[in-house]
Design a protein around this ligand. Structure first.
Ligand code: UDX
Ligand code: ADP
Length: 553
């Protein structure tokens, strides 16, 4: 019987009340004012504790039961690290879970200022819209790391995990400095139990190390560590987050661990169907992320290896990929040949995998995965050699236009972009480069070309900066400007706008013979040949001109 229908037995209310409170089982009370329900949305949850405590049975009786049923605990989430993963992921959680308050914190003041402005620090289609809908409501960006961590129920950690450049495991193992400092800070400022979620990719068994740091500094506070690796790809991050293939949550197989897994699952359950939320133990979740990226990168290295063979034999890699991909066991995705894969994850994750294999006495397995990176490096070198060999074995003082610098289209991200190695290779042969990318700034390009390998993966203000810039490089804001008077054009990112360029106009303004080297196979080679270009399309049958030049492998 409902209360307004003439009162309900006391145990009935208790049962309902406990149902409401059960999912919380934690410190913050529900976001609800029993005495003045009309004000419940404006009241701060922590001020309301006493209302719950003070509720008398008769007051409860006067309330509409639907109020109880609508009560949800106001979960607070904090994400440490406002980067490519933390920013978009938290924005989507805030959008899909209006009852959850999400704070994204970072030590970088400029980054947080940018998140709070109209010019977000990362370019990602659809992101502006999501941020605009939630920012200031239930999504906040702040540099007050400690305050937001201490208030949170769930803390996501999405900080940098660079590859070590010195000491044990240099060149392979992950440097967990930023992770460790985040964990120590969490332990320091926490006053209530917390779920700590690994979001950034970390080597297997990181959770165990973090658990040790937290529990040895815990002051009696209970921390549950979960691994919840992110599978979003840049450029499609918002779509990937809206409709993920799967969400993976790994946790300890103890009652507390399972409860924590359930709490995180409840967050995703706001918009992700149950069958797409996979739960595993901690190590499986950590390893699955490394494995998924290694498999994806392996596909690209496989097709890139084929591209070299196609050029040598006269086969067309696009036709080969298509034929291979129609086998339903293989599938058509991720079989596009390219000048090489880039991005912050693939190489780093494979190096981690290699290191873990070596540490576990599995050198053959380590060697197997290393080969994926070797082919990727080979592909970049092969491309540079092709350019130089085609242009009479020298590019010294020749202007070469570089179209695209980001590691893929629809992102301004340049981390591990193949463009860095290609540009460095051409500069090594004394070329003059004119670079155009619709989303990458001159400052970023100069940083990338002067930075040491692996230095990119530190917070911006801690990155070692070279005092000099590369003088042979100019960065322009237009493809036509970049190609004016150039001897050659290299297409290094598959931006859509490059497909519709007026190549007749470009040809007319270039030195002759005019070359186009397409590292992404996005331009219409036949049309360009008709105009008069000498064209190299990666993995495709070679022009007679290119065949006659020295071998490049
Ligand atoms: C990748 C994974 O896809 C994602 O699941 C994980 O969370 C992070 O790492 P991302 O690096 O953002 O995502 O981009 P992705 O689309 O995977 O591309 C990586 C690189 O591979 C790019 O340089 C891209 O140009 C290249 N690539 C991709 C190819 O060369 N050929 C292809 O067929 C696909
Ligand atoms: P990802 O691609 O994994 O999101 P990013 O490099 O884009 O990686 O983002 C990592 C962010 O983490 C950076 O903005 C960096 O400033 C931030 N960061 C690193 N260490 C800490 C820390 N201890 N506290 C807060 N933020 C941190």
């Amino acid at each position: 019987m409902r209360p307004e229908e003439g009162g309900a037995p006391r145990h009935w209310f208790r049962e309902k009340l406990s149902l409401v409170l059960q999912p919380t089982g934690e410190t913050s009370p529900p976001f609800f004012s029993a005495t003045r329900p009309e004000k419940r949305r404006r009241n701060h949850p922590y001020l309301l504790r006493r209302f719950m405590v003070d509720l008398s049975f008769s007051e409860i009786q006067r309330l509409d039961l639907s109020e109880y049923q609508n009560i949800k605990k106001m979960v607070k989430i904090c994400c440490i690290g406002a980067g490519y993963v933390g920013g978009p992921t938290m924005a989507v959680i805030a959008l899909k879970c209006p009852s959850i308050e999400v704070a994204v914190v970072d030590i970088s003041v400029p980054r947080i200022n940018a998140w709070n402005s109209d010019q977000l620090p990362i370019y990602e289609p659809g992101l502006d819209d999501v941020v605009k809908q939630c920012r200031g409501k239930n999504l906040f960006f702040s540099t007050d790391v400690e305050k937001h961590v201490s208030e949170a129920d769930i803390v996501f950690v999405s900080v940098n995990t660079p590859t070590k450049t010195r000491g044990l495991g240099a060149g392979k193992a992950a440097d967990l400095t930023y992770w460790e400092s985040a964990a120590r800070m969490i332990a320091d400022v926490s006053k209530s139990d917390k779920i700590v979620v690994e979001k950034s990719t970390v080597p297997v068994k990181t959770a165990e190390a973090i658990e040790k740091i937290l529990t040895h500094n815990s002051k009696g506070i209970n921390f549950q560590i979960l691994s919840n690796p992110e599978f979003l790809a840049e450029g499609t991050a918002i779509q990937d987050l809206f409709k993920p293939d799967r969400v993976l949550i790994g946790g300890r197989e103890t009652p507390e661990g399972l409860k924590a897994v359930k709490a995180l699952k409840d967050v995703y359950a706001h918009w992700v169907p149950d069958e797409r939320i996979l739960t595993t133990n901690l190590w499986s979740a950590e390893l699955s992320k490394l494995a998924a990226n290694a498999f994806l990168a392996q596909r690209i290295s496989s097709v890139n290896a084929m591209s070299a063979l196609c050029e040598a034999t006269g086969a067309d890699v696009t036709q080969v990929s298509f034929a291979v991909g129609t086998d339903s066991r293989i599938g058509p995705k991720f079989l596009n040949t390219s000048v090489g894969f880039g991005g912050s994850c693939f190489q780093k994750d494979i190096l981690n995998l290699v290191y873990i294999c070596e540490c576990n006495g599995l050198p053959e397995v380590a060697e197997y995965w290393k080969q994926v990176i070797k082919i990727n490096d080979y592909q970049k070198t092969r491309f540079v050699n092709r350019v130089v060999a085609s242009m009479f074995n020298t590019v010294a003082n020749k202007k070469v236009a570089i179209l695209g610098f980001a590691f893929k289209k629809d992102t301004g991200d340049t981390r591990e972009t193949p463009a860095i190695d290609v540009c460095k290779g051409l500069l090594g042969d004394k070329a003059r480069l004119s670079i155009y990318d619709p989303q990458v700034t001159e400052d970023q390009i100069q940083r990338d070309l002067t930075m040491n390998k692996f230095d990119w993966d530190h917070p911006l203000h801690l990155q070692p900066m070279s005092p000099t810039t590369v003088k042979q490089v100019s960065v322009v804001w237009d493809a036509y400007e970049a190609t004016k008077d150039a001897h050659a054009v290299c297409v290094l990112t598959e931006w859509d706008e490059f497909k519709t360029l007026d190549f007749q106009k470009i040809y007319d303004n270039m030195q002759k013979p005019a070359f186009v080297f397409d590292g992404r196979n996005i331009i219409n080679a036949d049309k360009l040949r008709e105009i008069g270009f000498i064209v190299y399309s990666i993995g495709k049958p070679l022009d007679a001109w290119l065949k006659d030049m020295p071998a490049v492998a």
